[in-house]
Design a protein around this ligand. Sequence first.
Ligand code: B12
Ligand code: SF4
Length: 432
Amino acid sequence: MTYFEIMNIKIIYPKWQKLLYETEFNLPPHSPLCFAAALDKTINVSFCDENVEQIDFSEDADLVAISAMLTCQMPRGWEIADRYRQEGKTVIFGGIATTLHGKETLEHADAIFLGEAEGRFHKVIDDFKQGRLKKVYDHRLDFPDTDCIGEARRDLLKKELYKFRGIQMLDLVHTARGCKFDCFTCCTPYLGGGKFRPRPLDKVISEMENIDNNRMFITDNSMAQDEEWQKKLFKAMVPLKKKWVSHPISDSHEITELAAKAGCWFIYQGIVDTSDYIRNRIRRYKENGIGVKGAVIIGLDNHDEDYIKRLVDFLLEVELDVAEFTILTPFLHTPIRAQLEKEGRILHNDWSKYTAGNVVFKPAKMTVESLEKMNEYAWKTFYKDCSKELKMAKLYMQVFDREKKDGTYKNVTLSPDRNWKNSENRKLVSEQ
Ligand code: B12
Ligand code: SF4
């Protein structure tokens, strides 16, 4: 192996299968851009998100780095790697899904990197340059100080590819890592160490300021982990006038009001039941002018057909703004995986089907077919009177209104020539 000072890394984010009934949209990826930020400045980086563009296999690269976030990206990631390796290229894998699927990935990789990259990847580069790349770099329980997290390399994105009907998609950013909760569907505590790890506030605010987009998705697992932190963060965000969406914040009037002042536009709220807790949460958000997108999981052990019908009625009754129905999926390293494995209820490990849109386990109170049917029922019934596109457009209208009020409204290019499908949609466009 020759020793080369300047090297080229090509980062690839493999394509994955979107949910069947979901309107197809592509947010700009975040993990590969955070990985790129952890690389030495002397390294030339190119980036391909296969969800929005084709991979140019002929492009020269000293090292191909495959970044995989979702389990259902892995089989495609492996295919891509096999092809590069047949052509004699060196391939390394990293990202959340690699960390979950390390062992299988070894068959398709020259090296795998498990865990977070900041302050840890230069060793890999040194080894590679000296021709002694190791098969496994395991940094799972070796968490970098959050002070080392650099600004995501958004300069690597081809921004024009991330538009929906002419509107620029949100930019992703994170303010903390880790999660102290232990939800039964989730692998995050396994990945992030079961501890809330906020980034330094000044760095977060400066990164947000530098984002050339007024609308952001704060991808933190759950900001509801530390009330004092949320107060500080939201107060510091007010002057930025950004509009943002996130996973749940703390369920208190003070925090919700502060989040709204800081530009919170809608919350992505997990929902699995029809409890008063959920009803009140949705009400609290809405009273503060914050919309709610439900991440609704169906197929839990207490769900039968009747329960799912009542759940959909409930969501309509509480006027949930938008719903994304997913089927319970036993991803590796989650409590639900351990339970279903113990009970012998896992049907298969065809990871390409682990999209949260397929039934991959034996439901307790339904057949596989009836759960699939109820998934279709949930999507179609919730959106019967108002399409997903239109409900989403209404949420956007709210953000346009808020931006018009504080003078940050710009770059809205919703227009009748953008294939809006029906007259209802056109009416919304003409109201602009
Ligand atoms: C953003 C996000 C999304 C976005 C993705 C946008 C996009 N274009 O990529 C959207 C909203 C589309 C999404 C969808 C889904 N998501 Co999601 N998502 C996340 C989330 C919140 C953040 C990921 C992130 O940006 N992390 C921040 C970065 C900094 O961390 P990182 O990825 O670990 O990156 C570091 C290292 O991994 C490493 N690294 C990264 N790449 C590489 C590459 C190399 C070569 C190396 C060496 C290192 C390396 O360096 C980075 C810096 O240290 C995570 C949870 C979380 N907070 O991590 C869930 C998560 C990844 N999603 C999850 C799930 C379940 C889903 C869904 C399947 C279901 C759902 N609705 O939630 C859907 C997809 C449905 C479908 N079929 O379309 C699960 C993963 C389950 C799994 N095993 O597949 C997670 C972990 C959430 C959870 N609570 O369980 N998601
Ligand atoms: S679902 Fe969210 S809150 Fe629950 S453990 Fe996972 S990241 Fe934490």
